[in-house]
Design a protein around this ligand. Structure first.
Ligand SMILES: O=P(O)(O)OP(=O)(O)OP(=O)(O)OC[C@H]1O[C@@H](n2cnc3c(O)ncnc32)[C@H](O)[C@@H]1O
Length: 196
């Protein structure tokens, strides 16, 4: 039995491999010719679920890990949400710039937003589990001249984040680390139950 990471994104793959490295199982990526999934759900959980269900058809005897994440802005009714990576063409920096334009004139107190990550796990015995990580904050008003991504437009407000678990200074992108930390525990628990 091994762990299969259901992502087509190399950065995410590396982050998941790092987060799960203490689990005593091989962690494999998808074959290059594996079909891509259509992220048609309107929730992060739904899209993470689509990813693991697609991959489980090919690897029924392994543990499958899928993740979906994005930025949700309260005053835009959760937009861009599940569409964070693709609501307009170009880079994350281009999309971040568009969000800043949409929020022109909105005071800081009404610019609340969250980064959310949901990890879905499928186990060989049919069990499916989920974990979730959230970073709360506001969309900044003053942004750098050269935007690199969504992290640059996000002012963090988490005051009680699990810093000792993350073992580094918190960043806007730690939603994924938090969800993965919980996912690691869920896998360890499942493996323990299997052997007792
Ligand atoms: O193959 P999948 O797993 O679907 O990968 P994807 O690239 O389509 O991924 P998502 O739909 O989950 O979108 C991920 C979003 O996370 C954002 N993001 C970028 N770098 C990140 C990082 O280091 N940590 C967490 N999120 C990041 C990025 O802006 C994307 O818009």
């Amino acid at each position: 039995m091994k762990i299969i990471v259901a992502t087509w994104n190399d950065v995410k793959l590396e982050q998941i491999q790092m987060a799960l490295k203490e689990i005593p199982l091989d962690i494999a990526s998808l074959p290059k010719d594996m079909e891509d999934v259509k992220e048609t759900a309107n929730t992060f959980k739904g899209n993470a679920q689509i990813k693991i269900e697609t991959v489980k058809r090919y690897y029924p005897n392994d543990i499958i890990v899928g993740e979906d994440s994005g930025l949700s802005i309260d005053i835009l009714e959760g937009f861009p949400g599940v569409k964070t990576a693709r609501f307009s063409p170009g880079s994350d920096a281009d999309r971040a710039q568009l969000l800043i334009e949409k929020l022109k004139g909105v005071p800081l107190s009404r610019r609340a937003a969250q980064f959310t990550s949901v990890v879905a796990l499928a186990f060989p015995d049919g069990i499916v589990l989920h974990s979730k990580g959230t970073m709360n904050g506001w969309i900044a008003k003053d942004i750098p001249d050269r935007l690199k991504g969504y992290g640059d437009i996000f002012l963090l407000s988490n005051d009680k984040v699990l810093t000792e678990q993350l073992e580094h200074t918190i960043s806007p992108y730690d939603h994924r680390q938090i969800a993965l930390f919980q996912a690691k525990q869920l896998i360890i628990d499942w493996l323990e139950r299997k052997t007792t």
